[in-house]
Write a protein that binds this ligand. Structure first.
Ligand SMILES: [Zn+2]
Ligand SMILES: [Zn+2]
Length: 276
């Protein structure tokens, strides 16, 4: 693991001690991710077509046909399960059950990945139920297993093509929704993709989920316990997004980590009647 990530984890653990266990799990899993070297699929290399698509407002890929190295993810998935099931966790038995499932049905992980990528929440919930695992945990582990390949995809595509100003609420690379946002030191807003982690500039007064730009229906509230964070909401579609304000926070961890360790802010948004 890079020293930088280690330092970020230490800083966040100090700031939000209630996430100590979750962060230690994350740290372990990232170690496994680094051992994988996914293949770069040929579709990623076709920069010219990708650029034309991105220019016309279509994401370069859709979630379902992302050129990911699924074999690498499939080999990584049981290692993540094995590691977690060796820990004292309340879902330990479910994780072991998942391991057994994979051994007896080699297509299981493949199906789970397809359902995750096509956002089939019901199918994911059914698969999680088969092994008594929380759907959130199943999705998190699938995402982690796909991450080495997603990171390469993001790196190669952004090196190859220029993403022109992208005024849409979905990711220009994979078409996914944003999971967290930040305001830079000049107050410019950026959205972070929930799947591939790409960040893009987006108008401040516009809902990323329904594109509503009526200022009367948009607003935000701040968290009393978390300086530098706010929750931007839209009264038209009832959605919200957590936003880190870099004009207040000096050092920002990776947005993925900030997102994982601010579930208390999601609770706050749910209590106010908003959905993500
Ligand atoms: Zn994306
Ligand atoms: Zn909206």
């Amino acid at each position: 693991m890079s020293n930088e990530l280690g330092a970020q984890i230490d800083r966040i653990t100090q700031k939000r001690p209630m996430y100590k266990d979750a962060l230690s799990v994350y740290k372990d899993l990232v170690g496994f991710l680094m051992e994988i070297e996914p293949e770069i699929k040929s579709e990623i290399k076709n920069g010219a077509i990708n650029e034309i698509k991105a220019r016309e407002g279509f994401p370069v890929f859709s979630r379902e046909d992302l050129p990911l190295d699924r074999m690498a993810a499939i080999s990584l998935f049981p290692r993540l399960l094995e590691h977690l099931s060796s820990k004292k966790r309340k879902d330990r038995e479910a994780l072991k059950k998942a391991l057994k499932k994979i051994k007896s049905n080699s297509q299981w992980v493949h199906h789970a990945m397809s359902n995750f990528l096509s956002r089939d929440e019901q199918a994911i919930a059914d698969m999680a139920k088969e092994i008594n695992l929380e759907p959130m945990v199943l999705k998190f582990l699938i995402h982690m297993a796909l991450k080495p390949s997603l990171n390469i995809l993001k790196k190669v595509i952004t090196e190859k093509i220029t993403i022109h100003p992208w005024d849409y609420g979905y990711c220009p690379l994979c078409g996914s929704s944003p999971d967290i946002a930040y305001l830079d030191t000049n107050g410019k807003r950026y959205l972070h993709c929930e799947l591939c982690g790409y960040e893009w500039n987006y108008p401040r007064l516009k809902c990323p989920f329904c594109e509503n730009d009526n200022p009367k229906e948009l607003g935000y509230f701040v968290s009393e316990e978390e300086d530098g964070f706010r929750i931007d909401f839209c009264r038209k579609c009832n959605s919200y997004i957590k936003t880190v304000d870099m004009r207040i926070i000096e050092s920002l961890g990776s947005l993925e980590l900030e997102n994982l360790t601010t579930l208390h802010l999601d609770m706050l948004a749910y209590e106010q009647g908003f959905n993500c």
